[in-house]
Design a protein around this ligand. Structure first.
Ligand code: PDD
Length: 275
């Protein structure tokens, strides 16, 4: 396999960055994950638009869409991957000493790789989530490589035997540590709005589109912690997990813990849209 680093195509073990890279010292950078199905990138234009917004928020220059599309093409040509995930990372660059504010104009460090992913075509087994207070910062809309809060929350969830933490601020459910959520109640879908408290997931956006095509009402309103015992169905969305049914929140079973009807409809619609 070959990875891309600052203009070179090299074996992963030869890909090295400076210890003065601001990604290493400060997590001063952003990333993006683009799914690939049957050798084709999925919803790439939306991922590249989000990459552009993340870079703009940090005032790191963007190489531009043609550059990224070229990288996608090269990654897929140089790595024999049919289904997988492309990873892009851009940091502000490396300098000669550690300084919170950059000392001069830097050349961003650009890294890209692709890894295989076993794409499932059936309905995934419902998983468990655990409710956790969202301890992250207030710019969760930026796809920052600073993921310490997310990792601590995921470690906690793992210790509880849960696939993912379900995060809340006050009475509002925000998202998962690497996923968005949809709650189903009385035939309608609810998900948190795309403000600074969540990452605007591309899978989330696509599921909203699919739900509207199916005639299902979608409300971009946060589901409330106090309403959690009343929901009919719950699922998570992300580029790696697509539509993941949830059967249990801590000790609360959702229905009988099985995949709900509307969730199943959306799992199927999502599979169809990948072809
Ligand atoms: N995670 N919310 C958070 C905090 C995320 O990290 C992610 C994605 C999502 C879902 O976004 P999308 O549908 O665009 O994948 C929501 C990626 C996959 C990751 O960290 O690897």
């Amino acid at each position: 396999t070959y990875v891309y680093l600052n203009g070179d195509w090299i074996a992963p073990e030869h890909a090295k960055v400076s210890v003065f890279d601001r990604g290493f010292l400060f997590a001063d950078g952003i990333y993006e994950v683009v799914p690939v199905y049957q050798g084709r990138p999925f919803l790439a234009e939306h991922h590249l638009a989000r990459l552009d917004r993340s870079l703009a928020a940090l005032a790191i220059p963007n190489h531009g869409d043609p550059f990224w599309y070229g990288l996608i093409e090269q990654l897929l040509a140089r790595n024999a991957i049919s289904d997988g995930l492309i990873y892009f990372q851009v940091t502000r660059g490396a300098e000669t000493q550690r300084s919170h504010l950059p000392l001069g104009t830097l050349t961003p460090t650009v890294f890209a790789s692709v890894s295989p992913l076993a794409v499932h075509w059936g309905v995934p087994t419902p998983a468990k989530v655990t409710l956790c207070e969202d301890i992250r910062w207030l710019r969760c809309d930026i796809k920052s490589i600073s993921l310490l809060g997310n990792i601590m929350l995921k470690q906690h969830a793992q210790a509880q035997g849960a696939m993912e933490p379900l995060l809340f601020r006050g009475d509002h459910i925000t998202e998962g540590a690497s996923s968005n959520y949809f709650a189903v109640k009385d035939g309608a879908l609810y998900t948190a709005p795309t403000d600074h408290l969540i990452l605007p997931g591309i899978t989330r956006m696509w599921v909203i589109e699919l739900a509207r095509q199916l005639g299902l009402p979608v409300y971009e309103q946060p589901f409330r912690v106090s309403e959690l015992t009343q929901l009919d169905e719950l699922f998570l969305t992300s580029s790696s997990r697509e539509v993941q049914p949830i059967g249990q929140i801590d000790d609360i079973m959702i229905g009988q813990g099985q995949c709900g009807k509307i969730t199943e409809q959306l799992v199927q619609a999502f599979h169809e849209s990948k072809r």
